[in-house]
Design a protein around this ligand. Structure first.
Ligand code: AHR
Length: 495
């Protein structure tokens, strides 16, 4: 049996928000210090930003970056990170037991985002932080000069407001590990009062409410319902987080994780609908998957009170990259409700980019992200897929070939994203075009390998990289291609 795919450009599911292709940078380990910021490095520019990392991030092109945490956020006082650098305090940072020098703060972050032409997504501390601090940060970032915090920003060299649009109301406040963890109803009250102050400061901002920190939390999805019921009218997104891994060294099962991702999104979509109906509201709240990634191998989380310790520097392999591609397929299929997603994180900490003093390596997961970012735009296609099923231990049957697609009316580009879950067999795929005929050929790009454990290292950095697999001829309204086993393939029409 082969796989048949039917592509009708009139059948679309939702608009792809560019913010589905976001990232995350936390003051943790070597993400900021020795990651994006390393004064004194031969790679550093005059601001201390590493040029090689900037270049790799430019090519990845995240559309939005969440900052400054993470668990770090819940003990962070943002004023520590502004003003003359020699006067900024060194602090014991409790989330990761590290020393925080505060040499990088909100002004440097905004500068970094501008350099990358990406959008900032800031968080306010709802652990040890106060309502006042949260409101002051919005004023500092977004108010015109003429009042205390806006003038402070100007005094530190930034006369024009930053205009930060998306703000997180804390981080993973459902988790007992969180500094200042709260019960759902306590968080809901604090989030509501904070949201009011922040929106009084700037009514144009959009707020992200903390949802459950994973679908495995015992309080999922009740936490989400309680927080939403209290804050519905004040917030715009509900946050969800999830990290996954191949815990049982069962690759077939690992590639079945789309079922968990779908379950997670379906459950929260249902919760959103329920709360909207219960509140008789006309307002809509969407989902923000603002921490997602593979993370299970690297578990060092104790900084032993050092600066920029090596924490959770996960090394990624081919099967991890396929899970990332599958996850992003799910993002597209749920784009009617999922509007923001931030790969966690971007540099060194569970990241597509790993640095050393003498350079960097693009890990396997860098490439599926880059390909989706480059080729998925416009609307999601409601692609019909007839594929053989494969059995997985935890998730039952899943299709051998997992597919998503996009169609951008503005530039006429259509793209298909396909993962072949077979561990050892190529799969023949026939594309059938309904109601349209692509030009004569399409470009095919493939990320594949013979062993799921293949990884890119400093010594061998190009083991798992996308290959140009040539052009795909289209004849009589169909096209046929072979997908290698363990592969991610992008088929791009009209580009
Ligand atoms: O990304 C690493 C950590 O994972 C974040 O700080 C936290 O939000 C999550 O638990």
């Amino acid at each position: 049996m082969t796989t048949q795919i039917f592509v009708d450009r009139l059948r679309t599911l939702g608009v792809i928000e560019p913010t589905l292709f976001g990232g995350f940078l936390e003051h943790m380990g070597r993400a900021i210090y020795q990651g994006i910021y390393e004064p004194g490095s031969p790679f550093a520019d005059e601001r201390g930003f590493r040029r090689d990392v900037l270049q790799a991030l430019r090519e990845l092109a995240p559309t939005i970056i969440r900052y400054p945490g993470g668990n770090f956020l819940s003990g962070y006082h943002w004023m520590d990170g502004i003003g003359p650098k020699e006067q900024r305090p060194r602090r014991r940072e409790l989330a990761w037991k590290s020393i925080e020098t505060n040499q990088f703060g909100v002004d440097e972050f905004i500068e970094y985002c501008r350099e990358l032409e990406t959008q900032p997504m800031l968080g306010v501390n709802l652990g040890t932080g106060t309502l006042d601090e949260a409101g002051a940060l919005v004023e500092y970032c977004n108010a015109p000069q003429g009042t205390y915090y806006a003038d402070l920003r100007a005094r530190y060299g930034h006369p024009e407001p930053y205009g930060v649009k998306v703000w997180c109301l804390g981080n993973e406040m459902d988790g007992p590990w969180q500094i200042g963890h709260l019960e759902a109803h306590e968080y809901a009250r604090k989030a509501l009062e904070t949201a009011k102050i922040m929106k009084w400061q700037d009514p144009s901002i959009r707020l992200v409410l903390c949802g459950s920190s994973s679908a495995h939390m015992p309080t999922f999805p009740e936490w989400d319902r309680v927080a939403l019921e209290e804050c519905w009218e004040q917030v715009d997104y509900l946050s969800l987080h999830q990290y996954v891994g191949n815990y049982h060294q069962d690759t077939q099962n690992y590639l079945g994780l789309t079922r968990l991702f779908e379950y997670h999104l379906q459950t929260l979509e249902g919760t959103l609908r329920y709360v909207k109906a219960k509140r008789r509201s006309k307002h809509d709240v969407f989902l923000s998957w603002d921490e997602w990634n593979v993370w299970y191998k690297a578990q060092e989380m104790d900084g032993r009170w050092s600066e920029a310790p090596h924490l959770i520097e996960e090394v990624y392999n081919l099967e991890d990259a396929l899970v990332v591609a599958l996850w992003m397929n799910v993002f597209l299929r749920f784009s009617h409700v999922l509007k923001i997603a931030c790969m966690a994180q971007l540099v060194n900490i569970i990241a597509p980019i790993l640095t050393r003093t003498d350079g960097l390596v693009r890990q396997t997961i860098y490439y599926p992200f880059q390909l989706f970012r480059r080729y998925a735009s416009g609307k999601v296609l409601d692609v019909l897929v007839h594929s053989p099923q494969v059995e997985t231990r935890e998730y039952g049957e899943v299709p051998l070939v997992d597919v998503s697609g996009s169609y951008d009316e503005e530039n006429g580009r259509t793209a298909l994203f396909l993962v072949n879950r077979s561990l050892n067999e190529a799969e023949t795929v026939t594309l059938n075009f309904t109601g349209w005929t692509p030009g004569t050929s399409a470009r095919v790009i493939s990320l594949a390998g013979s062993d799921p454990k293949l990884a890119n290292t400093f010594e061998n950095p190009y083991v798992v990289v996308p290959q140009d697999a040539g052009t795909l001829p289209v004849q009589d309204g169909t096209a046929t291609l072979r997908l290698p086993p363990l592969s991610f393939t992008v088929i791009a029409f009209g580009s």
